[in-house]
Design a binder for this molecule. Structure first.
Ligand code: ADP
Ligand code: MG
Ligand code: ZN
Length: 473
């Protein structure tokens, strides 16, 4: 973008996959009826005391380790004060000066985007504004759901790099089962900070923080719009003032929400009701050992070990379940490229159209391997294999049984093939003449007719050779 460059930093909130809330025993299940998952602690009653959820701390540590952060041997919770109807205590328990972890990073196209801090906190409740009525409702089911906040350094240089950062981050957190990262349900939310400066400038420009984006694509769009807007302002000689803006997804623009002077002072102070978090090396080692192979490492291994293309490896490692499925197939069948094609092609289409998770696929890895080996052994043709896959997906029946019960085995009997080919030739004099007068396409038509008559049970290559034999007689 001409003489200006963009400077971007992200703040990402992620709900942790715990059964219960951050400081009480209430369920975190999404979608329950309003205020059915609350208690005096998460509803902010005076006199109640919070108790730290151990699982939440472990998940936060797991994320911090996977993101290459330095774990603080001592960290503390702090109260962040503000007044809002969805925050019953009028403060949020967060971490401030002594966060759980610092100085991490994520690789985006081999560039390290530094993570400044990762800390634990609790979510707020939710306000509902009914369209018919001049009142609002509050649902405290989300109040005190465990969150981690991940804050990057302003290392990101473009909107698409921000989008990739988020994609990679999401993959890591999903892999570790730290969060389901479901953006529609608000499990992952992102605020984006952006400023612009002249190339070569050392200092930073004045930043705006953008909120209210509900997809990674919206983050990219908002940053593209906002970068452009700031550059245009500077070019007109205007001064920028720091503030917060909201993304309007309908109009595809950012709109001013407030200027910095209007921002609250949170009056942070250490939470007196909770002990500090103190970790020893043994505990950190223990959790590190649970982290295991991360998506980027797995992708590299797929490229090197299975000789897959970068693209195939990327798709197959985009979700842990897909990568696991793939490897279970390859363990039995070998043939990584063929397995990859089946998974990424026909199987993915069936899963998508029925909104099925690959983990629950009726076509298990064992069944897909059966189909692939039946093709390899010449039991069925590629055309029939697709039918068998579909049938197996619909019924959950073993592919071998489908083939034998429905008589789908490949026809190899020469006599049988000869008689079909003869039939097709005698029924299609026009196509035969076309072919003989040099129109090659006529051959495809004749192959198609033969395949139809045999319901795809003959190898197209054999059909082609047989037809040519007759046509060239
Ligand atoms: P604040 O005190 O306003 O919250 P922080 O220093 O905590 O600012 O940073 C918040 C986020 O804003 C971080 O992700 C950081 O990388 C980013 N950020 C800070 N300064 C800039 C800037 N000048 N331009 C773009 N992003 C910035
Ligand atoms: Mg901040
Ligand atoms: Zn509760």
């Amino acid at each position: 973008m001409e003489e200006y460059e963009l400077v971007i930093g992200l703040e990402v909130h992620v709900e942790l996959l715990t059964e219960s809330k951050m400081f009480c025993g209430c369920s975190t299940r999404f979608g329950a009826s309003p205020n059915s998952q609350t208690c005096p602690v998460c509803a902010g009653f005076p006199g109640t005391l919070p108790v730290i959820n151990k699982k939440a701390v472990e998940l936060a540590l797991k994320a911090a380790i996977a993101l290459n952060c330095k774990i603080s041997s001592y960290s503390r919770f702090a109260r962040k004060h503000y007044f809002y109807p969805d925050l019953p205590k009028n403060y949020q328990i967060s971490q401030y000066e002594e966060p759980l972890a610092t100085e991490g990073g994520i690789l985006v196209d081999s560039r390290n985007i530094r993570i400044k801090r990762l800390h634990l906190e609790e979510d707020a409740g939710k306000l509902i504004h009914p369209e018919d009525g001049n009142f609002s409702l509050v649902d405290l089911n989300r109040s005190s759901v465990p969150l981690i906040e991940i804050v990057t350094e302003p290392d990101i240089k473009s909107p698409s790099e921000a989008e990739k950062f988020l994609t990679n981050l999401k993959r890591v957190l999903e892999y570790l089962e730290v969060s389901d990262c479901n953006m529609e349900e608000g499990s992952l939310r992102c605020d984006a900070n952006i400023s612009v400066r002249r190339y070569g400038d050392k200092g930073f420009g004045v930043k705006e923080e953008i909120k209210n984006m509900n997809s990674f694509r919206a983050v990219r769009k908002a940053l593209e719009y906002e970068g452009r807007r700031q550059i245009d302002c500077l070019k007109r000689g205007e001064m920028l003032r720091q503030g917060t803006r909201l993304w309007n997804d309908t109009l595809q623009i950012t709109e001013e929400m407030r200027k910095k002077e209007e921002a609250q002072d949170y009056r942070y102070f250490p939470e007196p009701d909770l002990p500090p978090l103190v970790f020893d090396n043994r505990m950190i080692k223990e959790i590190s050992s649970q982290v295991g192979e991360l998506p980027l490492q797995r992708k590299e291994r797929f490229i090197k070990g299975y000789l897959l293309s970068e693209y195939d490896a990327d798709v197959l490692t985009s979700k842990k379940d897909i990568a696991d499925y793939f490897e279970r197939c390859v363990e039995k069948a070998g043939r990584p490229k063929i397995v990859a094609n089946w998974i990424m092609g026909d199987l993915t289409a069936l899963l998508k159209s029925t909104k099925t998770d690959i983990r629950n696929s009726p076509v298990t890895p064992e069944y897909l391997v059966q189909i692939i080996s039946m093709i390899e052994q010449g039991n069925i043709t590629g055309v029939v294999a697709k039918i068998v896959l579909q049938e197996c997906f619909n019924t959950g029946m073993p592919p071998e049984k489908i083939v034998s019960e429905r008589g789908l085995s490949q026809i190899e009997d020469e006599e049988a093939i000869n008689s079909v080919v003869k039939e097709v030739i005698s029924e299609s004099p026009d196509a035969v003449n076309d072919y003989k007068s040099g129109r090659e396409q006529a051959l495809s038509f004749l192959i198609g007719q033969t395949m139809r008559k045999t319901k795809g049970k003959v190898s197209p290559n054999i059909v082609k050779n047989k037809l040519l034999e007759y046509l060239n007689k």
